[in-house]
Design a protein. Structure first.
Ligand SMILES: NC(=O)c1ccc[n+]([C@@H]2O[C@H](COP(=O)([O-])OP(=O)(O)OC[C@H]3O[C@@H](n4cnc5c(N)ncnc54)[C@H](OP(=O)(O)O)[C@@H]3O)[C@@H](O)[C@H]2O)c1
Ligand SMILES: [Zn+2]
Ligand SMILES: [Zn+2]
Length: 350
């Protein structure tokens, strides 16, 4: 089966503040590294909303967001080695890299410094715009498309490609010791709910840290061993110097380092994966010195880490909690996402 049709239909952001609109656009030019698929599912990530709202800078409209994409492959270029027509494939937030810079050569393509292509709001080396998965088709580089394991449904698989990998990769790299590490997960949303499950699966005790008490019951049901209501002093004080790691998936503009460093043990890790539109605040040198805290960030994950995550998730039965919406109900899904309703991820279905 092959398709010579270069057009596709998408739900695109056309202007800041306007609902997504169904439009016809042109797929990237074909080359022999390219695969094309019929999109069946696409998760809704916080980054989609940041982009539509121009939180990180001007958006080049029309913009088709969506980077938790699963579909059925309909066409493959001659160089494609990992997928064939009829396979189910998944694509995350990255669709291309230079394959020549130091991070790329070391297998950290997600840190490519020579020309990273994001799945949307970015440009392919040929100059074409990249478009995400709120659409009927996706076309892009096979090196960032992954075969969906046979034992995973497509709607379950989709959210691993951004929310899953963004939490799996840093937790896997951060020296979690089974039975000893105590991981706080800040923000129990799409990323956070994967963070809870991956930290548990890596053998840690897990404490959910949320803005208020509204998610207490569901966080425990999700697998948290305990729960901190960050707006309650007594709840925070219970974990004074109690955590070895914090993975931060969400903060408010009044975030202060010392409030959360108080929760960390000496030599603790503060891992940030959140991407708010505001700046993190400053801190006194002593805030940093006094517990030898390691602060670091992490962006998505490499192709190798994505493959590793899919195998690890299958082995440990890590599964997202999702609600599906019809693709044509995307505007309602985004409205509900903005209202903080996901428990814990929304997936659009064609
Ligand atoms: N590093 C990366 O590569 C990467 C990849 C994907 C996404 N991201 C970024 O990660 C962030 C989370 O994405 P997501 O898809 O998980 O979003 P999400 O489902 O909305 O979850 C974010 C969570 O953060 C907490 N939160 C939200 N607003 C807050 C506020 N004003 N104050 C305190 N806490 C707040 C909430 O948790 P509680 O209700 O439990 O407090 C919320 O559920 C976004 O900024 C996104 O752009 C980064
Ligand atoms: Zn994302
Ligand atoms: Zn590179």
């Amino acid at each position: 089966m092959s398709s010579e049709n270069n057009n596709f239909t998408a739900w695109a952001g056309v202007e800041n503040g306007k609902p997504l609109t169904q439009v016809e656009l042109t797929l990237k030019q074909w080359d022999e590294n390219t695969i094309e698929m019929d999109v069946t599912h696409c998760g809704i990530c916080g980054s989609d909303v940041h982009t539509l709202d121009e939180n990180w800078g001007p958006t080049d409209y029309p913009c088709v967001v969506g980077h938790e994409i699963v579909g059925v492959v309909t066409r493959v270029g001659k160089n494609v080695t990992n997928l064939k027509v009829g396979d189910r494939a998944g694509v995350g937030a990255q669709s291309g890299a230079c394959h020549e810079c130091e991070p790329c050569l070391e297998g950290q393509e997600n840190m490519c410094q020579g020309g990273i292509v994001y799945t949307y709001s970015s440009r392919w080396p040929c100059g074409d715009k990249s478009y995400g998965g709120y659409a009927d088709k996706w076309r892009g580089d096979y090196r960032f498309a992954f075969k969906v394991p046979d034992n995973m449904t497509s709607e379950i698989a989709a959210t691993f490609f951004c929310a899953g990998i963004t939490t799996y990769a840093p937790l896997k790299r951060s020296n979690i010791i089974p039975g000893k590490s105590v991981v706080g997960v800040m923000g129990i949303g799409g990323l956070g709910h994967f963070g809870v499950q991956f930290a548990k699966a890596l053998g840690a005790k897990v404490v959910g840290i949320s803005q208020n008490d509204s998610k207490r019951e569901i966080a425990l049901e999700l697998g948290c061993d305990d729960y901190i209501n960050a707006s309650d002093e007594a709840s925070m004080a219970k974990y004074n110097s109690g955590l070895t790691h914090i993975i931060c998936t969400g903060t408010s503009p009044d975030f202060q380092w010392h409030t959360y460093f108080a929760l960390l043990k000496v030599n603790g890790h503060f891992i940030n994966v959140s991407a708010p539109e505001w700046q993190f605040p400053g801190m006194s040198a002593f805030t940093l010195l006094s517990k030898q805290i390691k602060i670091y960030g992490s962006g998505i994950g490499s192709p190798k880490e994505i493959e590793e995550m899919l195998a690890f998730a299958a082995e440990k039965d890590v599964k997202p909690w999702i609600t599906t919406y019809k693709m044509s109900d995307v505007n309602k899904a985004i409205e509900d996402f903005r209202a903080g309703k996901p428990r814990f991820r929304f997936v659009l279905e064609n």
